[in-house]
Write a new protein. Structure first.
Length: 345
């Protein structure tokens, strides 16, 4: 009988009654255990949680007792599995958070910010089961694609900030990163540059689309991509500075840099100038995001602008639709090239 139950649940989302049957307890005991009720014996609670975790169970809010009040809170969570030391004070994050908080507040909800620096495979399920919020916005896929898919398989009120992936189950909202990669590379090639470094975490979701846009554009212009022109660094200015410095010292020849973020681009400019070269006359540089760094840098930074206000508004709008039970599709918003002094026309 247990095997039959497991076979059934592989085809259908697990329900609270299924957990109760597997654990040999009542559905009300399962409900209290997953809510962390201290009156449930620890051994029973752990057994119930283990079953829930194994099968990817999360609370289905639409099936909860209608007499239970909502929290009127939206949780904004930042998983940092790819880079545990990245700070939420990153300029891009701050702008996005501000726009989302304003949009959430206009709907008379509060915002709960959660930073998850070392997520394990079940962190999101635990967060959702904590019932501290009515809906969840996850900022960036990081390396958590599987965890996001697991939660989305039977939990609707969740939206993810990031590019749409081929096999994703969750709703995502992000910029057209592939188009951004093409815009940046086309501009550099159009201004006569031919040896373009890509500096950034090239395999990270969202950035990988920028990298593919870069390599596809090189190929379109008959330029063979050279793996030596990839400096795969984290979103960390110090690492980017060191890697660009080392590339110059090694004798690597390049006349342009396409950076995965404005922060990385500014670090690259500092390394270029510290080595006695000039930006843009010797090396042109293009960033990504169009944060305050792009305007404050000297030279001012040519960059790909993400419409952060529009991304934040769309994330919130789709989440509130999903909180009403509407299964919304993913969205990709357009980007634009902003030409400044680091890579003039």
């Amino acid at each position: 009988m247990a095997d039959e139950n497991l076979d059934t649940m592989r085809k259908n989302p697990l329900k609270m009654a299924d957990i109760a049957r597997l654990a040999g307890v009542s559905a009300s005991t399962v409900s209290r255990a997953l809510a962390g009720n201290a009156r449930i014996p620890e051994q029973t609670r752990e057994a119930i949680e283990a079953i829930a975790n194994e099968h990817g169970y999360v609370i289905n809010r639409s099936a909860r007792n209608l007499r239970q009040s909502l929290t009127r809170t939206v949780c904004v969570a930042v998983p940092l599995g790819h880079e545990s030391d990245q700070l939420v004070t990153d300029p891009f994050f701050l702008r996005l958070f501000g726009h989302m908080a304003d949009a959430i507040g206009s709907r008379r909800h509060d915002t709960l910010l959660v930073r998850e620096p070392s997520p394990d495979p079940l962190w999101l399920q635990r967060l959702i089961r904590s019932q501290r919020a009515d809906g969840y916005i996850i900022v960036g896929q990081s390396d958590q694609h599987d965890a996001l898919n697991l939660a989305a398989s039977n939990f609707l009120p969740m939206v993810v900030g990031g590019s749409e992936l081929a096999d994703q189950l969750y709703c995502s909202v992000g910029s057209d990163n592939y188009a951004g990669g093409r815009l940046a590379t086309e501009h550099l090639l159009r201004t006569g540059r031919r040896r373009i470094l890509f500096v950034g975490p090239a395999t990270l979701p969202q950035v990988d689309r920028r990298f593919i846009g870069y390599t596809d554009t090189l190929a379109h212009h008959g330029i063979e991509y050279d793996p030596a022109c990839l400096l795969d660094v984290h979103f960390n200015g110090d690492e980017a500075y060191d890697r660009v410095t080392a590339a110059i010292a090694s004798g690597l020849v390049f006349d342009a840099v396409f950076a995965a973020s404005d922060g990385i681009a500014w670090a690259a400019i500092r390394a270029i100038e510290a080595a006695g070269l000039m930006c843009p006359s010797d090396v042109a540089v293009v960033g990504f995001d169009d944060t305050e760094v792009a305007l404050q840098a000297r030279p001012s930074l040519t960059t790909v602008r993400q419409n952060v206000a529009a991304v934040g508004a769309r994330l919130v709008d789709l989440l509130f639709q999903r909180m009403e039970g509407i299964d919304t599709p993913s969205a990709a918003l357009p980007v634009a090239l902003v030409i400044r002094d680091s890579a003039p026309a």
